[in-house]
Ligand binder design. Sequence first.
Ligand SMILES: Nc1nc2c(c(=O)[nH]1)N[C@H]1C(S)=C(S)[C@@H](COP(=O)(O)OP(=O)(O)OC[C@H]3O[C@@H](n4cnc5c(=O)[nH]c(N)nc54)[C@H](O)[C@@H]3O)O[C@H]1N2
Ligand SMILES: Nc1nc2c(c(=O)[nH]1)N[C@H]1C(S)=C(S)[C@@H](COP(=O)(O)OP(=O)(O)OC[C@H]3O[C@@H](n4cnc5c(=O)[nH]c(N)nc54)[C@H](O)[C@@H]3O)O[C@H]1N2
Ligand SMILES: [Mo]
Length: 786
Amino acid sequence: MKQNTPPEELTGKLEVDKPYDEAAGLPAIAASFKYVLRGTGPARGWKALVNMNQKDGFDCPSCAWPDPDGHRSNIAEYCESGAKAVADEVMTNHTASPVLFQRYSVDELIKKPDLWLGQQGRLTQPMILKPGATHYVPIDWSDAFQLIADQLHALDSPDEAIFYTSGRTSNEAAFVYQLFVRMFGTNNMPDCSNMCHESTSVALADSLGLGKASVKYEDYEKADVIMIMGQNPGTNAPRMLTPLETAKRNGAKIISVNPLHETGLLKFKDPQSPRDMLFGGEKMTDVFLQIPINSDMALLKAMCKLLLEEEKKSATAGQSGKVLDQKFIQQYTSGYHEFVKSLDQFELNELAAQCGQTVAQIQEAVDLFKYTPKLVICWAMGLTQHRNAVETINEIINVLLLKGSIGIEGGGASPIRGHSNVQGDRTMGVWEKPKPEFLDALKRVFNFEPPRKDGFDTVKSVKAMHEGKAKVFFGLGGNFAMAVSDTNYTAEALRKCKLTVHVSTKLNRSHLIHGETALILPCLGRTDRDKQATGEQFVSCESTTGVVAQSHGVVDPVVNTLKSEVAILCELAKRVVSTVPVNKDSTVTIPGQDGHHYINWDALVANYDLIRDMVEKVVPGFNNYNQMVRRPGGFYIPNGPRDRKFKTTDGKAHFTINTPTHHKLETGELLLMTIRSHDQFNTTVYGNNDRYRGIHNERRVVFMHPDDIANLGLQEKQVVDLHSRYDGQLRTAHRFIVVSYDIPRGCTAAYFPETNVLVPISSIAEKSHTPISKSIVITVTRAADR
Ligand SMILES: Nc1nc2c(c(=O)[nH]1)N[C@H]1C(S)=C(S)[C@@H](COP(=O)(O)OP(=O)(O)OC[C@H]3O[C@@H](n4cnc5c(=O)[nH]c(N)nc54)[C@H](O)[C@@H]3O)O[C@H]1N2
Ligand SMILES: Nc1nc2c(c(=O)[nH]1)N[C@H]1C(S)=C(S)[C@@H](COP(=O)(O)OP(=O)(O)OC[C@H]3O[C@@H](n4cnc5c(=O)[nH]c(N)nc54)[C@H](O)[C@@H]3O)O[C@H]1N2
Ligand SMILES: [Mo]
């Protein structure tokens, strides 16, 4: 088998010290400085940094956390994670130019670690790997577009092509992309959501009628209780710590539910607050429930049972409705009685035991919110990447419905999205299962017949490529080969393609795991100025709370050969769908000699306002898009649940009945969660440290409980192999160093993407098809000496 994964060598320099008990503060500023100065000219790096999340600046590419309502932050918000992402993008001291590709063959590049690949800097030229060739060589932009168009036209059916999106793509690019792909004739538009918050979107659409957060930014500051489940904000959404700190100062209590004592959940020192820097920061968590992996549903059920008991007590005292919002339940929900009845099947003690808590510990958490509806529940990957993820998230909604916490100030459901525009991409129609209303709107505005059949999600795409049903893979951003589960299977699938194309800012492993022909198309990033025929353009993004705001690049692109994503997609569309007629007034059109009208794709590239005009006609909630997006701070798009309007089958919010599932582990088996270190953005590795967890100079570590280490006859710092056995197949991730850690017995953690080799392609969440990246059954054995 060809090499697919990063080399399995250890650095030999691992140092382990005590995990931090405090997030941010001076070390975070120091770390940000280091990154910005390392990779960029100082002036260029600072220019980018001070313009991040500013009114005339760009939307931070690092996460989907919103700006405070109504304005963008007055001074650049220091967030180490954002600083690293920006430095990574604007770095100039290296470029991955044709010289690099001339120097190294693909076989040589694939032997380099991911950290090294990223350090080569920005891609500069379109590159092609021809059939049988050993090296990528430069290709003209127009030849590259023609080659893709020819290959797409040669397919037997449009469904043989797959068009992937990663969540950094702007609204403007996303809209043009899905329009082009649907005019071409397929809904094969998998995106990173499929591996991320798909379980959230499915659960919320089912229970509340909209797959998005019901909270606004201000709700965090107004909440009485915030429960943070399966999320590591100190590393992955550091700007969230600011409103959490404000909430705490306003008297809010925080409950953390996590197998790990993550640093950001312990204490936060805001580097922008002189008070914090002088006197120490805010203690974050009031009640910490350190539960075993994937036992959240049992905990939530136990909470529901306790709430019902409390309500009974209040009712006996003549205060019915003090705990449960009976009016809300009656007026706005359905399924309440069935839900209450279903809880009888479960023993409180058993539920508590399943989630590794005493009833008293759960009661302590419930006591914090039993008399207030101002409860916000946040969650991220710790909840979405399990077999029963959708059901678990529905159980969160059960708690919020009992309390009447939906559609009130200071309360609600708050999934914390990952990529900075992953939510916006879906709003723009990047989806393999578009709603009929969306397709009807496309048809109404443009008058072409969009495909109606569901397309492939990420896992189905991999299988289709493997089975030869899909032959062209086009990736708009991202690193498909490393992000998707079952690395070797996914790699085989990509290698079977006729053509793989990546629109990218930086070199990554997906460029090296290629089809018969492969193309790399280098594009502008979020920080880059985007100059087109009518002048400088901006794009827009949607945050996790549904605010759409503009994003302007601020630095000159590292070379002038890069194209914007919009330009790349329009150039391609021009060559692929130029024969599809549209309504004359749908957008700027060109009359054909046949009397029909065709989209003037060049005009769209010249002026992105024209793209926003199309969006306005198709996507509800974008009226006056061009004016609204120019308002400082942007605008909220409509959100039914926030107004207690539920677009479900019966117009009510749904209580759902979900059954907790156990992981029955055999002797020697452990559950593995694949998580992010403090020094990575998904598959982009910035360094080998995970400072908050006390890990230095090594990524190939596995966190284990000291008793599990002893029971398995292992020792701390021993080198081990990790194995998973699913569908009769043994998968192994070689050479990880055992680190003794405060983690529940039977649970382990290690970093993704190195551990994606262990996640079987067919093990997915039941209703959302998200790979089960947080609950893989593994065994651990001593590694053979090398
Ligand atoms: N710096 C940085 N920022 C990022 C990213 C990045 O890689 N780096 N990635 C972005 C993206 S795309 C995303 S989706 C988000 C991801 O943000 P997170 O969801 O915070 O990312 P993970 O590292 O996967 O962390 C999962 C957390 O859930 C916990 N957990 C795991 N399993 C369970 C469980 O069964 N129950 C509970 N209660 N907890 C569990 C883990 O201990 C960990 O704290 O971050 C975004 N922001
Ligand atoms: N085992 C395991 N697997 C997981 C996860 C996990 O927790 N565990 N998490 C999953 C999650 S939550 C996600 S979101 C996916 C992430 O999956 P992806 O979104 O596919 O991966 P990223 O690592 O974010 O993509 C990084 C690449 O995007 C390109 N890029 C960066 N900025 C831009 C830009 O502005 N434009 C373009 N065109 N390209 C750009 C760069 O070339 C860079 O190498 O991974 C998933 N996979
Ligand atoms: Mo994500």
